[in-house]
Design a protein around this ligand. Structure first.
Ligand SMILES: Cc1cc2nc3c(=O)[nH]c(=O)nc-3n(C[C@H](O)[C@H](O)[C@H](O)COP(=O)(O)OP(=O)(O)OC[C@H]3O[C@@H](n4cnc5c(N)ncnc54)[C@H](O)[C@@H]3O)c2cc1C
Length: 300
């Protein structure tokens, strides 16, 4: 969220001051950002967001709530979309803010996922006072910044983690003598798909390096990467079968010193499968990405 998402937006839309302050802190890892976009009543229809931001002297006062905020309990900063104007087209009343998470009036409540992990949160804002210098870009023009960030969220990044997952699958196969040949074919198919994704990523990186944006490749990559993530998880479940069944999150803790039930390297298969069910939802659901492609690529 720092290097791939908010950093490039600060470079593109920020004045000299935020650039000088935030960029070195992003590079050093001193700042850990979270993304305050979704709200309880605004997800796919993000432009309908309603978190209120009003001027008070040289400050803004924030009231409302953000939801599904990944790692808000670790982050020391949030980039956040707020409503600064309630009249007119929804997109024309949104502003993009950068602020610290320890401001009085901000509280973070955990949401546990199906795998039992704490990754996402609901964040509440009650009369939170932040300086107007928190604005990135112009007031009421935050939608432009927001869209640019989403394009980077969906289009940049890399599938290196997926290659690691694929290697793990191949190692996993070696632990079993009677693997169904059809599974081997599915792994090979996934490997070919992953190779194609890598070439698209390289094309996008080459475009970004000369100042262009990912464009229509962003929704395409978002769909392909997340669908293959789920395919690889399903394959791991198919290969390891009942060995993935014992639920033992405590065995993943560094302080756990008892033997795990079953082979320890299979402890993560089921939690990973459950966790990645969300991949086709977060970053904008895949249905919405298909809508974007239908509109921007096919002109439908
Ligand atoms: C694990 C996880 C982490 C997340 N992290 C963050 C984060 O850090 N910051 C943040 O701001 N948000 C985050 N999100 C929120 C995420 O961006 C939203 O969940 C997502 O955009 C969908 O919004 P929604 O949940 O409100 O679903 P809804 O918008 O209510 O959609 C419900 C269903 O309807 C479908 N749908 C809706 N509209 C259409 C349409 N026009 N055409 C076709 N289908 C449609 C959707 O595809 C979906 O299947 C996270 C979500 C998850 C699950």
């Amino acid at each position: 969220m720092s290097i791939n998402m908010v950093g490039p937006c600060i470079i593109k839309f920020g004045t000299a001051e935020p650039k000088a302050y935030y960029l070195p802190r992003i590079l050093s890892g001193e700042d850990y950002w979270c993304q305050g976009y979704s709200e309880p009543e605004a997800g796919s229809d993000l432009a309908s967001l309603s978190m209120k931001c009003v001027r008070d002297g040289t400050d803004f006062i924030l009231n409302g709530s953000k939801i599904w905020t990944t790692h808000a309990h670790f982050a020391n900063r949030m980039f956040c979309l707020v409503r600064t104007r309630f009249e007119g087209k929804p997109q024309t009343g949104i502003s993009f803010l950068l602020f610290e998470m320890d401001m009085p009036g901000i509280s973070v409540e955990p949401i546990l996922s199906a795998s039992g992990e704490h990754e996402v949160n609901q964040v509440f804002f009650e009369n939170v006072r932040i300086p107007q210098t928190a604005l990135l870009g112009d007031e009421n023009k935050g939608w432009t910044v927001a869209k640019h960030l989403l394009e980077l969220e969906r289009g940049s990044g890399s599938s290196v983690g997926l290659e690691v997952k694929l290697d793990y699958l191949k190692c996993l196969c070696k632990s079993f003598v009677d693997i169904d040949p059809a599974l081997g074919q599915r792994i090979s198919k996934a490997e070919i798909e992953l190779e194609a994704i890598k070439f698209t990523e390289l094309r996008v990186l080459s475009d970004i390096s000369v100042g262009a944006s990912p464009g229509p490749a962003a929704p395409l990559l978002k769909i392909q990467r997340t669908e293959i993530t789920q395919k690889l998880d399903e394959l791991a479940m198919n290969i390891a079968g009942q060995l993935t069944a014992p639920k033992q999150p405590e065995a993943l803790s560094p302080s756990w010193n008892a033997p795990a039930i079953g082979p320890p390297d299979m402890l993560v298969i089921f939690p990973s499968y459950l966790n990645n069910r969300a991949a086709t939802i977060y970053g904008g659901s895949n249905e919405i990405q298909r809508n974007i492609m239908a509109k921007t690529v096919l002109g439908l």
